[in-house]
Design a protein. Structure first.
Lengths: 335, 325
């Protein structure tokens, strides 16, 4: 990646607040990251950590009345925050495309899969019905769908979960978007199908030159797929950095805890997998200091002030430990 | 697909058979009422009574009576009225049917178009004063009794303002056959159409709006928006199209019950000799053969309409086609 070129997507202090019961509750708090061309960035976090919200904001799909989005998100030099819906529409599907978690419910049940892909192609260019269908079939074939011409004429409920997700990805890629946002694309799938879909996502950047924003709660998926990783906790960034480094030397106790809860492939099998005690705070009652402090084994007085995101080697970590000279132990990486 | 259609047809015939048996038992086999005496009329001679008894098979077991009755209804069609002696019942129903069908079809066209427009507009502008205004209007439509609305319409167009330029085109009450004078047919029916449609416009637009609002939260609607489609296309092609299911099943039932005689009040107010009015008269006179005929006619319509709705479902929803939903 050329270091001088401006990144494809530069998000700065993105903050999303929604009105809940009469007052504004911050769901995503000052999230910043960049995404280069042909890069795969993984956003990891538990449900409620704000990862999907971040994605929806980038798509301009947050339409809850009273939602307030501040900060900046520059996509190819164009500001997305505050962009009017009409302008967003030409970006959506053409420049930024999205795949959703559950491919069963993400297709309109009453149209064939091919019809729905044709629709997107025809929405963004003057393409005849016939040409659109030719492209649809080629895309489905590229996604590894066997007998794509027949699959195009099938209804969503007639396809398996894996085929449906492939069709979904084909639809997302139909207009050659520069950015693909994948929101938990493998969560609803079998493990074997999961691996195939991830493989497909990795291939995309080679064959289509797309950057991918992969949203997941699964550290295994991240390890397998992403160049860089960003760990979100409770709407804020806990840690971000190159995937290899984050997995080898997690700097934030939360990242370390997430990694600990993956069963090891080698060595002795633990009698019981470690888990993180407690549950993430609801957006409305996040603590003033470090949001992870109530669940953190390392919590001490310094945690009462929210730690800023500070660089530590190639990583950025929002924790006081590195500054105190108390790094977390390195891990042997099996992934 | 063909199998599903055939199966549906079999069910339809079975239901019709069930209804006919039930109606027959209620009206002809209730203890204490001798149908022979009623058919023969007051002060009939014993010979006449005996003849009637043999003709209708009232001296034979019930199944034979039932078959005789069905034969008279559907095959020979020579069932005669108790009240207007010698008046054949089946042709009477067939004379009334076009009136009702004309009335209900026109009204249905109006209410479908109007409610789809209103419901969709309200859902698209959810929360605005347009939405609130339209839904309020719908509620008003539901609350107005159809006979009152009809009388008011008559009052305005038939007497008070009949001679003004606005309503001078309105013909007197009654039905004009389409085959005789299409324009006259239209003029005679347009006000009854609107009157009958008002209630249903109210119900349907509210139901459709609720469905459209509910469907907005579905994943596929988000996908459709993420594809970069225009809001109108998302609403019409993805939202409205999937919301049509409730609408269609509701429509099938309402349409059938109206054609089957449910438009009685409108028919009476506007002096239309339709099936509803015929049934009403038959019930008033306890004219058993006529009741039998109109109820069977109405049952046939309801059942056929249900079958048609099921066929439409097959067309509308591919999941039903595969028998999975």
């Amino acid at each position: 990646m050329d270091a001088d070129a401006p990144p494809l997507l530069a998000v700065r202090d993105l903050t999303i607040a929604l009105p809940v019961g009469g007052r504004m509750v911050t769901i995503v708090d000052s999230v910043s990251f960049t995404l280069g061309a042909r890069e795969i960035l993984g956003i990891v976090g538990e449900s409620g950590s704000g990862k999907s919200m971040t994605a929806l904001a980038l798509m301009g799909l947050i339409d809850a009345p009273g939602a307030r989005i501040t900060g900046s998100a520059r996509f190819k030099g164009r500001e997305l925050v505050g962009l009017p819906q009409r302008a967003f529409r030409t970006l959506r599907g053409r420049e930024i495309a999205m795949i959703f978690q559950d491919p069963m419910t993400a297709f309109t049940p009453v149209y064939t899969v091919g019809w729905q892909i044709d629709e997107q192609i025809r929405a963004h260019g003057r393409v005849t019905r016939k040409d659109a269908r030719v492209r649809t079939i080629r895309l489905l074939g590229d996604m590894g769908v066997p007998d794509p011409a027949r699959v195009a004429d099938r209804y969503p409920h007639q396809l398996s979960g894996g085929l449906r997700q492939r069709a979904m990805i084909a639809m997302a890629l139909s207009c050659n978007p520069s950015l693909l946002i994948a929101d938990e694309p493998t969560t609803a799938l079998d493990v074997t199908v999961q691996a195939q879909i991830l493989d497909l996502l990795r291939r995309l950047r080679r064959e289509y030159g797309s950057s991918v924003l992969l949203i997941t709660h699964d550290m295994g998926v991240v390890a397998e797929t992403c160049d860089r990783t960003m760990v979100l906790y409770s709407g804020t960034i806990a840690e971000r950095g190159p995937t290899g480094a984050v997995f080898a030397r997690p700097g934030h106790p939360y990242t370390a805890a997430l990694l600990d809860s993956i069963p090891p492939l080698h060595g002795a099998r633990p009698a019981r997998l470690p888990s993180i005690p407690g549950s993430p705070p609801a957006p409305a009652d996040r603590p003033a200091g470090c949001p992870f402090a109530p669940r953190c084994g390392y919590a001490h007085d310094a945690c009462a002030v929210r730690p800023p995101l500070l660089p530590r080697g190639v990583q950025d970590i929002a924790c006081v430990l590195p500054a105190e000279g108390r790094d977390l132990p390195a891990r042997c990486v099996s992934a | 697909m063909a199998m599903a259609v055939l199966r549906r047809l079999g069910q339809t015939l079975f239901v019709l058979f069930g209804i006919s048996v039930l109606v027959f038992l209620v009206f002809f086999a209730t203890p204490g009422a001798d149908p022979t005496a009623r058919i023969a009329g007051r002060n009939a001679s014993p010979q006449t009574i005996a003849r009637v008894r043999v003709e209708y098979g009232f001296d034979r077991p019930l199944p034979v009576q039932y078959v005789r009755m069905m034969e008279k209804l559907f095959v020979t069609r020579d069932l005669t009225s108790y009240v207007n002696r010698g008046e054949l019942v089946v042709p009477e129903v067939f004379q009334a049917a076009p009136v009702t069908v004309s009335l209900v079809t026109g009204a249905a066209l109006i209410w479908v178009l109007a409610s789809v427009a209103m419901g969709t507009l309200a859902a698209a502008l959810r929360g605005t004063w347009v939405d609130r205004g339209l839904m309020m209007l719908g509620l008003v439509g539901i609350s107005i009794p159809v006979f009152w609305l009809g009388q008011v319409a008559n009052l305005l167009t038939q007497s008070r303002y009949h001679d003004s330029w606005l309503f001078s085109w309105v013909p007197g009450l009654g039905y004009v056959p389409f085959t005789q004078d299409p324009l006259g047919w239209f003029r005679a029916l347009v006000i009854p159409w609107v009157t009958l449609a008002v209630l249903f416009v109210g119900i349907y637009s509210r139901v459709l709006r609720a469905d459209l609002v509910a469907v907005r939260g579905e994943d596929f609607m988000r996908t459709a928006r993420a594809k970069g489609l225009s809001p109108a296309r998302v609403l019409l092609f993805h939202g409205l199209r999937t919301s049509m299911m409730t609408f269609v099943s509701l429509f099938g039932l309402d349409f059938a019950q109206l054609v089957g005689g449910g438009a009685l009040l409108t028919e009476v107010v506007f002096g239309l000799q339709g099936v509803g009015r015929l049934t009403y008269q038959a019930l008033g006179n306890l004219d058993l053969p006529l009741i039998m005929a109109t109820v069977m006619y109405s049952a046939v319509f309801v059942v056929i309409a249900n079958a048609v709705v099921d066929m439409l479902y097959l067309l509308l929803d591919p999941r039903v086609r595969d028998g999975r939903a």
